[in-house]
Design a protein around this ligand. Structure first.
Ligand code: SF4
Length: 344
């Protein structure tokens, strides 16, 4: 489907893969030949940008050479993440590719989004009569961030097994599906000596970044909870609890284990939950005791950003600049504290 320029913009498309298969260099040349130096540099840039900004970034595509290098940089970036061999970087990179595609898709015609959806097995169509975009309900449920009010089925209009959505919503469903697809693909790839040799210094650099973030995660500030310093994910869960929305088990687990990491005691955690309209003290106490280890031998660790994303409770659209620097919601909170302290 589509043309050369489209493949440079959306290198995950089957057509782009076929293009590389038919016209591209061998993997050995791609990794070693001086002709592809630029593609390798862009490959590293893709991963750098994804780690730092949550978006693989935009480059000039003004001539054929730009476009070819852009297309080739995509498999190279994937090889780099495989070489680093860390789940966080793989997830972060997959999100960076999917988010970049999402941004571009917002200015494409509906027909193009429908084609991309089809490649990602999202059954969707546009009604000729009403021009409404409709997505088959199972594909909607599989990809929609239904923890948000807007995405819940009860808040959507249905038409014969299809959910009616906007063009922006379709782009968002594509983002979720693409992120999962890229992650699955990367996880099935194996690194090799040549990849590790060619990108050795960058692989080491990424491992250092990740280790630093992991260390920061262990520097936990304690004391009373400061709501304004909470990361977007925890704010969302708290808001949902306070509005009486049905928060998923994973959402409850994430907030309780997060508050426990901040050394809030049982009463303080219960107090936060008590603002929910459907608050049931005994039930909540039981759940909190279980997660914090008061009633069992295990105290569960609060999940990191990659796990939060896997469970669909990292609000990708609300991620801010600080989110782009961290590996864990606790690190976010910790950094906010430090920043405020440094200001004084
Ligand atoms: S990136 Fe991490 S800290 Fe930010 S909202 Fe997502 S899970 Fe929370």
């Amino acid at each position: 489907m589509n043309n050369f320029s489209t493949f440079a913009k959306y290198p995950f498309l089957e057509g782009a893969k076929q293009y590389i298969k038919d016209n591209g260099p061998s993997v050995k040349d791609l990794l070693q030949n001086v002709l592809y130096d630029r593609a390798r540099t862009i490959g590293i840039e893709r991963v750098d940008n994804a780690l730092r900004d949550g978006d693989v970034g935009e480059r000039s595509l003004s001539n054929d050479s730009d476009k070819i290098m852009e297309i080739l940089s995509y498999p190279l970036a994937r090889m780099i993440t495989v070489g680093v061999n860390d789940n966080y970087i793989k997830r972060r990179y997959a999100l960076g590719e999917a988010y970049h595609a999402y941004k571009n898709l917002l200015s494409e015609p509906v027909s193009f989004l429908l084609q991309v959806s089809k490649e990602l097995n999202i059954k969707s169509e546009q009604s000729e009569k009403t021009k409404n975009i409709r997505v088959f309900f199972k594909d909607y449920l599989h990809n929609a961030p239904t923890r948000y009010k807007k995405w819940k089925m009860v808040n959507r209009d249905m038409d014969k097994g299809y959910v009616i959505i906007s063009t922006r919503d379709l782009a968002r469903l594509i983002l979720e599906s693409l992120k999962r697809k890229i992650e699955e693909e990367i996880n099935s790839l194996k690194s090799n000596k040549l990849i590790e040799q060619v990108f050795s210094s960058d692989i080491r650099r990424y491992q250092q970044i990740i280790n630093k973030q992991k260390k920061e995660q262990n520097t936990i500030p304690t004391g009373k909870l400061s709501i304004e310093k909470l990361p977007p994910c925890m704010k969302d869960i708290l808001n949902a609890i306070h509005e009486g929305e049905n928060v998923s088990h994973m959402g409850r687990f994430a907030i309780v284990s997060f508050l426990n990491s901040l050394e809030l005691n049982m009463q303080e955690i219960l107090h936060i939950f008590s603002k929910a309209p459907d608050y049931q003290e005994e039930r909540t106490r039981y759940q909190v005791e279980h997660i914090t280890g008061t009633s069992s031998s295990t105290s569960y660790k609060s999940p990191g950003c990659d796990k939060m994303r896997t469970y669909g409770i990292c609000p990708v659209e609300k991620m801010d600049d600080l989110c782009k620097e961290v590996y864990h919601p606790i690190s976010y909170y910790s950094k906010k504290w430090k920043r405020e302290k440094n200001k004084k």
